[in-house]
Design a protein around this ligand. Structure first.
Ligand code: 4NP
Length: 159
C-alpha cells in the first residue's frame, strides 16, 4: 500500500514544524504504524536551510522521550504537493503561502490545529521565547497529532 504522506510546514523549519514532525512520528512509531507513513517538515522561508532544530525544541522533545536532532531544515517545494497527502501549516501566514503555491494536486492543505480541540487556531511562534514556549508548542502539536492520526485511520486504514 502507498504510504500516507504527512508534511508539517512553518516559517523557518527549526522551531514548530520539527516538533510537529517529531511528535507525529513518535505517535506513529508507538502504534507500530511507521511503515505506513512518509513524515517530513519544511520551511516557507530560506532563512535556516540545513540547520538542525532549535536546541530549545530539541530539549523539549527529549523531555517527552524522543529525539528530533537528526532533522535538517529544508524549503517547501511544489513537488511536495504531489508527494504528500496532508500538508499542515502552523499559522495563517504559512497557510496563505501554501495556498499561493498549491498546484491543485490533491493534497489536503489545512492548519494543524484544525485537528486539535485546544481552542487555539495557530501554533504560537516560540522563536523569541524560552523552553516553556517550546513545551507549549509540543502540547499543541501532540494533541493535533492524535486527532490527525484518528482521521487518517478513519479515512485510509481498515482498522
Ligand atoms: P519556526 O520559527 O517558523 O517555527 O521555525 C521561526 C524560526 C526562525 C525565525 C522565526 C520563526 N526567524 O525569524 O529567523
Amino acid at each position: 500500500m502507498e504510504r500516507i504522506g504527512v508534511l508539517f510546514v512553518c516559517l523557518g523549519n527549526i522551531c514548530r514544524s520539527p516538533l510537529a514532525e517529531g511528535a507525529f512520528r513518535h505517535l506513529v512509531d508507538s502504534k507500530n504504524l511507521t511503515e505506513k507513513f512518509l513524515i517530513d517538515s519544511a520551511a516557507t522561508s530560506s532563512w535556516h536551510l540545513g540547520s538542525p532544530p532549535d536546541s530549545r525544541g530539541q530539549q523539549a522533545a527529549w523531555n517527552r522521550g524522543f529525539d528530533i536532532g537528526h532533522q535538517r531544515a529544508r524549503k517547501l517545494s511544489v513537488q511536495d504537493f504531489h508527494d504528500f497527502h496532508y500538508i499542515l501549516a502552523m499559522d495563517h501566514t504559512n497557510l496563505s503561502h501554501l495556498n499561493s503555491m498549491n498546484p491543485g494536486a490533491g493534497a489536503k492543505v489545512d492548519l494543524i490545529l484544525s485537528f486539535s480541540d485546544s481552542g487555539l487556531i495557530e501554533v504560537p511562534d516560540p522563536y523569541y521565547g524560552d523552553v516553556e514556549d517550546f513545551e507549549q508548542v509540543l502540547d499543541l502539536v501532540s494533541s493535533a497529532a492524535e486527532g490527525l492520526l484518528k482521521e487518517i485511520e478513519r479515512d485510509h486504514f481498515d482498522t
